[in-house]
Write a new protein. Sequence first.
Length: 281
Amino acid sequence: MKVMVIVKASAASEAGVMPSKELMEAMGNFNQELVNAGIIESGDGLKPSSEGLRVHFSGAKRSVTQGPFVETNELVAGYWVWNVSSLDEALTWVKKCPNPMMDDSDIEIRPFYSKEDFAEIKDSAGVIAQEKTLQQTLSIQKATLNNYLFFSGRCEEALNYYVQHVGARIGMLIRFSDSPDPLPEGMLAPGFENKVMHCEFTLGDSKVLASDGCGEGTKLSGFSLALTVATADDAHRVFAALAKGGEVTMPLAETFWSPLYGQLIDQFGVAWMVMLPGATP
């Protein structure tokens, strides 16, 4: 379930008092725990209400009030969005949180509505379908797309050249010999055992993915578009759409580098990799 964890404002936060270094460090450590646990989607602190606006709705009229707003106990100073298994899990995490204020404070946990909550409303099917489409669109807008180059045995040579001459910065690099799973017999050309299975390098503000591929040769053998999406539903939906009229070269499946990964060539001849983000070994 998805919950919003709301840090209520205090007199100090409304006065713009900044947290101490010790509190910043404690909250940073707590946020790192949330990241490590894989439950946090987002989180931010809010400036005092003196820097905000409030819009009042009355029929067709709209009136705007400049902050500050006096009801401090009703104001929000910050929040997280978490994906947890239950309210009890969210409560357990909140109890671990350092006091987010220099004085007494409150943190509120509020579950999000889901589509299922509205299913019993009469004639709501069309609205629910529209909401699902909007959520899918928003999710895909957050996906990342990278070029994936295949160097046919010269990947490491190319990386070193790009580092020396165009300032490339090498990130992760995995060789075929690093794979914890045995490769299918006959998949790898002789002499490719120590070649680059996968790597990432940054050039300017762009990240490029690369590999030696599995075959022989001395020239660039092609490229793919590597699409990383947020959820398994996104991966299956996008993979099925791209595969329609095309050719699946590797069905979606769990791999040691991704919870879900697959390859295909679409009906226009473009090669794609669709994957979920995963921890690298």
